[in-house]
Design a protein around this ligand. Sequence first.
Ligand code: B12
Ligand code: SF4
Length: 589
Amino acid sequence: MRIFFVYPEIGITVIGSRMLHMGIATLSAYVKQQGHFTGVLRVTTNDKEELISRVRRFKPDVVGISSGTNQWAFARQFGQWIKEATDIPIIYGGWHPTLVPEDAISLPFTDYVCIGEGELPLAELLARMQKGLPTDTVQGLWVRHNGTITRNPGRPLIKDLDSLPFMDLEVFDFGRLNYSLNTLEGFNRTLLIYAGRGCPFSCTFCCAKAFRDIYKASHSGPYLRIKSPKRVVEEIAHHHKKYPFLDSIAFSDEMFVYSEKWLAEFVPLYKREVNLPFFASARVDTVNEEILRLLKEAGCLILYYGVETGNEELRNKVCKKGITNEQIRWAFRKTREHGIRALASLIVGVPYETEENFRETVKLAVELEADAYEIHSFTPFPGSEAMEICRKEGWVKDDVPLSLMNGTGIDMPWFSSRRIVECTGELTDAIVHMLANKKQRGYYDFAGNFDSAQKASLPEIPIQLGTLIAGCHERVWLLVHPPSSVTYGNVQIRERSDLVFYIGMSGSVYSMPGGGVEFIITVNGAKVFSKKLDPKRKIKDRGWFVHKASLDKYAGQSVEVSFVTRAFGRGGNQYCSAGWGRPYLTQRP
Ligand code: B12
Ligand code: SF4
């Protein structure tokens, strides 16, 4: 049988752009092992004709559409277009159909909805289709057949994840594409991978508990399952051998840093067989000195911690995160002492939060001086306990599932949706200013004076100043849409000075029309640096690149430094996001 996987990634600019879809990579490997054929289409524009022609070209027996809540409006539309044009059976799966299967099965063109892990139900469905057997009894699927809906019972979770085949990267044409995780600047070819599935905690803003509850009736045993260290290393080594250009790994599990025993076994194997720098997320209460030592030894560059909010009571009573401010401070201090960068993920506007509470988040965020930040306006996800609270309190706006990428979905009487979004901006500003003013390792930094920088750009596409979720030096960035320029005045240049900065373009431009971007730096109007990036056509131009420009000529002077971007090539490139990662001055000994 031939299955064509389709997944929307529309309007996602930073997080999630150009990433491997691990769910589909796993499903594809599994059903291929059973003798089926697979194809995949990552849809980045809402283009009906293109979608239908790509589906037709593959000649599938089934189309499998995967979607989270934020992309559900597109996923729904795709199903309708495909069914109207081709009448091919459609199966929905993934995060949103799992959490709210009614949304998918109620669509008249839906044939199947997969609830939860898809390997076993999908393989059984394809086998039954192939043999011409009835398909309405497959465990783990809801089925619409001749106008009747059958809601089959759930299927137990896969207990032994080692039994799964390695992810299928070929189906994504992984060799041609190239994935870059913004958190790992300087590393442009990152492999997204997971060592385990599930999380034993029950934070109310997260869907982990809802996923766990789905399996209550069908599954005995833990929801968190981790592959053996040997198996994880074998899989990465396998992909690395096939794609030697890989330069980093992103462990994308909910709970990668969980067991010290597991890590102690994993680290030597990983170092011996893979030895690539990596990124992982952790909880501040699942790390200890030994775990941090092991992670550093293995090559961990950055740990991503959920700090969520500055008020302890909200964090623990409402969000049920179960961590204190003291634990957070300890983990951030220790992580950095061990030479690993610490990222703080923050949320503005959690249920019952007041603006006074929000000030505590700003205070804690600034105090932590994290190496990077991720800042979210609170959005309740279907299935999460926070959604129940918000619904009960009458705070949910009707269009939540469709508006997830456009800010918050709730209005609290004392903290409106608009204010939450504004405060999210304020938090970003506070962090940007804190970081910009921070002097590190003897570097001196002219970007501290952002407020007085003269900004000039196309009036309708303003320059944005923000935090880049990236490593140590370039945490403040200027996001510009070419053509544009930003000028800093009164920059004091010492002797033996270099200007160090990053340049790069958002992954979302790779598939957009237009040419490349030229990055230029002038000092008092004279060019000291220029570089053209054309990531759409040149794979080597994808990613973030560090550069240095000597300013010896200007030693002892107070100068004007301008960062300029210009589009070049066919069609220009007005739509891309071109970024200057935090420019700073260094002094040679
Ligand atoms: C890794 C991860 C990411 C990664 C990569 C995801 C990827 N494309 O592979 C990154 C960092 C990019 C990411 C981004 C985001 N994420 Co995320 N992420 C996760 C995480 C931790 C693990 C997902 C994963 O890969 N699991 C392993 C794979 C093998 O499992 P899977 O994807 O679920 O696929 C299985 C089944 O779902 C099913 N299946 C999937 N598709 C299909 C299709 C068919 C046809 C069938 C039959 C079955 C099927 O079978 C698969 C194999 O068993 C989950 C937590 C979780 N519990 O799922 C959050 C999670 C999925 N993310 C979440 C969110 C909110 C986001 C963002 C919106 C965050 C943001 N604000 O930007 C973005 C959206 C990105 C997008 N593409 O739309 C939410 C989703 C909630 C929801 N209702 O949609 C989750 C659940 C976390 C949470 N807060 O609760 N995420
Ligand atoms: S936020 Fe993290 S720790 Fe909390 S339930 Fe979700 S995945 Fe688990």
